[in-house]
Design a protein around this ligand. Structure first.
Ligand SMILES: [Zn+2]
Length: 472
């Protein structure tokens, strides 16, 4: 919500001036390797730019967002106390999804945590995006055309890093709902001058036929859908690895950090994965992306863009910063939007940050081990905590397993909570052996039910593999 005061306008103008100072409007890449010189900025310069942006964004948020103003006042912190990265981390506690959700419930339909009010929406509104709402009230975010330009450049850096060049073309296979990922890629392909064949609103067989007829080089969808579509093509007697597809641009689900899944999908398509990592709250763009130097078998990681966002990791209990190289939950400060600048927002995926130089020359921090476990997905079974992706890795590692699996959590008559993992395998007699494999991989005891291959429903878009039917 905007306050119709001169301070609101003044601070917005000052914030946008800083954004514009570092904005490039590229339609062609800097050179063979990088879309922008920002990818290789020195660490000192990256920090100086972050500091300058924080000093401008804090007063802007105070004057233009009721959510932020209330929080500053409640904490007894002045916007001028947030002068740079260090003073922000010292003075500004991490913002959680819960806080945003409460604000969204108290101030429907938009909440007050964004800085795109009615005036900006009417003047230069671009698109509305929404969190999935799977864990509570959906939080919505309105972005402007001003933001769109920043979004396109950030995503172009990601797509170019992943390998997309002139001559490539995209086939987005998504529902085009209010989710940032596919829209971000769509607009960015246009900015980069790469053609698009729209692939929405049709089934797998129709999309398989489109791939064969129009020869796109780049598929844009969730990882689950890549697996699904590849199997559909095989059922049609076709080999996905023999198609025109070279790049697999994915978002929306953990992927490249799940060992077994990345290889399975890359091998199926004979193509290279390019993963977008990010969140709806701190858009308008991905925050992280795949590295051109990454080879199968290396520890997975993604590059983050620090000139436009500050990335930190915190411990899950106190939400205090952890030392570099230690595992923690991701926290993002978004310094690249007039609509949804955010200070220390808890994105909540586990990773380790590394400033070690990368072979590709990009100087920005990396998320190591990839970001494969959003803390919201954590399963707590009798006090043992684990992520569904840990089960996924164990299932993928067992020879002969099908693509699908399910995790079913139930309560027995005696009140004990138990887990059954349903696995596809041609040999029904393997259940004990697979249970043992899961136990040795995850240190979790479970029962395994083996079903024949291709009997579990195929996941099309976002995978739903956990069914929690425990008594609460
Ligand atoms: Zn790299």
């Amino acid at each position: 919500m905007t306050h119709p005061t001169s301070r609101a306008d003044e601070t917005r103008t000052a914030w946008k001036a800083v954004l514009e100072k570092y904005h490039e409007d590229r339609e062609t890449p800097l050179n063979e390797n990088y879309w922008s010189e920002k990818d290789t900025w020195s660490r000192d310069w990256i920090r100086a730019v972050q500091d300058e942006k924080i000093a401008a964004v804090a007063p802007f948020l105070y004057e233009n967002s009721d959510f932020y103003r209330r929080r500053f006042d409640r904490l007894g912190v002045a916007p001028t106390d947030l002068r740079d990265v260090d003073s922000m981390i010292a003075n500004w506690p991490v913002v959680t999804k819960q806080e945003m959700m409460e604000d969204a419930e108290a101030h429907p339909p938009y909440g007050t945590y964004t800085t795109c009010g009615e005036a900006e929406w009417a003047d230069r509104g671009w698109m509305l995006f929404s969190s999935s709402g799977s864990t509570g009230t959906p939080r919505v975010f309105r972005y402007t055309h001003f933001d769109r330009q920043y979004w396109e450049q950030a995503n172009a850096r990601a797509l170019y890093s992943g390998g997309l060049r002139k001559g490539d073309s995209g086939l987005p296979m998504v529902g085009f709902g209010p989710h940032v990922f596919a829209w971000g890629v769509q607009y960015t392909l246009a900015k980069m001058g790469l053609p698009v064949v729209p692939g929405g609103g049709m089934d797998g067989q129709a999309r398989a036929a489109m791939i064969e007829r129009f020869n796109p080089t780049t598929l844009i969808c969730t990882p689950s859908y890549l697996l699904y579509l590849g199997r559909v093509m095989q059922d049609m007697g076709k080999d996905p690895a023999k198609t025109s597809v070279k790049w697999l641009v994915t978002g929306g689900e953990p992927f490249s950090g799940v060992s077994g899944t990345l290889e399975r999908i890359q091998d199926l398509w004979g193509a290279k994965s390019l993963e977008f990592y990010g969140c709806t709250e701190a858009s308008p763009h991905c925050g992280g992306y795949s590295c051109p130097e990454y080879q199968e078998g290396d520890e997975p990681f993604i590059h983050l863009m620090e000139d436009i966002q500050v990335w930190e990791t915190v411990d899950p209990n106190g939400l205090n910063p952890v030392a570099e190289g230690e595992r923690g939950l991701t926290v993002c400060t978004n310094l690249n939007s007039e609509s949804s600048a955010q200070l220390r927002f808890l994105v909540g995926d586990y990773t380790r940050l590394s400033h070690e130089p990368c072979a590709c020359g990009r100087s920005h921090v990396r998320g190591m081990g990839c970001l494969t476990g959003r803390s919201d997905d954590l399963i707590n079974l009798r006090g043992i905590k684990f992520f569904p992706v840990q089960i996924e890795e164990a299932v993928r590692a067992y020879p002969g397993t099908g693509d699908e699996f399910q995790i079913r959590l139930t309560t027995k008559d005696d009140g004990l909570d138990v887990m059954t993992v349903v696995v596809e395998h041609p040999d029904q007699g393997k259940s004990d052996e697979i249970a043992k494999a899961i136990r040795s991989h995850c240190e979790i005891r479970c029962a395994v039910e083996v079903v024949a291959p291709d009997t579990l429903p195929k996941t099309e878009m976002k995978a739903k593999r956990v069914f929690d039917e425990r008594n609460k």
